[in-house]
Design a protein around this ligand. Structure first.
Ligand SMILES: N[C@@H](CCC(=O)N[C@@H](CS)C(=O)NCC(=O)O)C(=O)O
Length: 217
């Protein structure tokens, strides 16, 4: 049987792609990768042939495909223990926070797109909806970290931390100031070997989506 094969979008912009990459790496699962540039004919022609949803990320397992960042992460957690907290309540809470990132924080996602080429460039003005999302997110991070004592949301690193790593890049890109303990957590996420491996791929990537790259509003 061939290795699991993870099909991904641009490392610079695709936050959904980054998440299962971090999880599979942390799990120590051996896998191959294939990056396909978003918003191109190549993507539009190819993805529907490999993914039931026509989106990245998609994990190919032989003739099967899992096409969603959280579903791929759940598959990894079935293969390898330790990706969710052991304690059932903490595990449910970690799933709650990962689920909230997967389904919510829409203003952060749309108004502060992930762009790993952007560094400490604040937006001129933050919409009220973005400010509200940041405040909700800080509350969620703060309460998990104060309960667990850190260093990660539920003590040991978990899938919930993978799901918030792209947010940490946005905080850095858009120079969002955070309370000191949340700033430390955010920086810690960006100091993990799995993220640094992803960042190295992004740094070597020369695909550009102009309206994201030039959107220095
Ligand atoms: N809920 C999905 C979202 C995946 C998603 O929206 N992927 C985007 C890229 S980051 C995509 O494939 N876009 C392609 C398109 O819109 O044509 C997940 O968690 O994987």
């Amino acid at each position: 049987m061939s290795l699991p094969h993870l099909i991904l979008g641009n490392a610079v912009y695709s936050s959904w792609s980054m998440r299962p990459y971090l999880v599979l790496k942390r799990a120590g699962i051996e896998f191959t990768t294939e990056f396909v540039p978003l918003r191109t004919d190549e993507f539009r022609d190819y993805l529907p042939t490999v993914s039931p949803l026509g989106l990245v990320p998609v994990l190919k397992l032989g003739s099967d495909a899992i096409g969603d960042s959280l579903a791929i992460s759940e598959w990894a957690a079935e293969e390898v223990s330790g990706l969710w907290p052991k304690d059932p309540v903490k595990r449910a809470q970690a799933r709650m926070l990962a689920g909230q990132m997967h389904a919510g924080f829409m203003a952060i996602r749309s108004e502060m797109p992930m762009n790993l080429r952007r560094y400490a460039e604040p937006r001129e003005e933050l919409d009220d909806a973005v400010v509200a999302d940041i405040s909700k997110l800080c509350q969620a991070w703060g309460s998990a970290l104060s309960k667990s004592g850190g260093p990660f949301l539920f003590g040991d690193w978990s899938i919930a931390d993978a799901f918030y790593t792209p947010v940490a890049t946005r905080f850095q890109s858009y120079d969002i100031s955070l309370p000191p303990e949340l700033q430390m957590y955010s920086e810690r996420l960006l100091d993990q070997p799995e993220y640094l491996a992803w960042k190295a791929i992004a740094d070597a990537e020369d695909w550009i989506i102009e309206d994201v790259d030039q959107n220095f509003f």
